[in-house]
Ligand binder design. Structure first.
Ligand code: 4NP
Length: 162
């Protein structure tokens, strides 16, 4: 990554880093790229578990994203690490249990924002992005809808405070 000091850095966090957070990364990055803002906003994703480290996103996530114009194929899963707290200004969890891990592992002097991604989509009824891994196919579509709404809210926030 080549980021200037004024770059805003966002990390999306789920459990396995093969369904929800790579979807968030792909959707959010496309919004950033479509507006030519890659020099100002950097996004990455990770998992609080390392089970799928090095693997591409789940084939169902890739397929659902592709149908809406997002390409997730080049992404690779990685676990959360301590350097993330010294790199990212926003660390956004997909659900409460991953939020709890982010808070528990946080250095006392972390000065960024740790919260739920869907806090940036206050009009939605959901507060968490449901884990689609063991569910039926529509879970992957709902993930995309939630992630698209929260990506719009997050981008608006970054542009306002950047
Ligand atoms: P994610 O979904 O946290 O959205 O990537 C999951 C992926 C894998 C597993 C659980 C959730 N798993 O149990 O392997």
């Amino acid at each position: 990554m080549s980021a200037s000091p004024s770059t805003q850095r966002v990390l999306f966090v789920c459990l396995g880093n093969i369904c929800r957070s790579p979807t968030a990364e792909g959707v959010f990055r496309k919004r950033v790229a479509d507006r030519g803002l890659e020099h100002r906003i950097y996004a990455d994703s990770c998992g609080t578990a390392d089970w799928h480290s090095g693997k591409p996103p789940d084939a169902r996530s890739i397929a659902a994203a592709r149908r809406r114009g997002y390409d997730l194929e080049a992404l690779r899963a990685r676990p959360l690490c301590w350097e993330d707290y010294y790199t990212f200004d926003y660390m956004l969890a997909m659900d409460e249990s991953n939020l709890e891990v982010l808070r528990r592992e946080s250095p006392l002097d972390y000065a960024g924002h740790i919260g739920l991604f869907l806090d940036f989509a206050p009009d939605l009824p959901e507060r968490e992005v449901p884990d689609p891994y063991y569910g039926e196919g529509d879970g992957f579509l709902r993930v995309l809808e939630l992630v698209e709404a929260a990506s719009d809210g997050l981008l608006a926030e970054l542009l306002q405070h950047g």
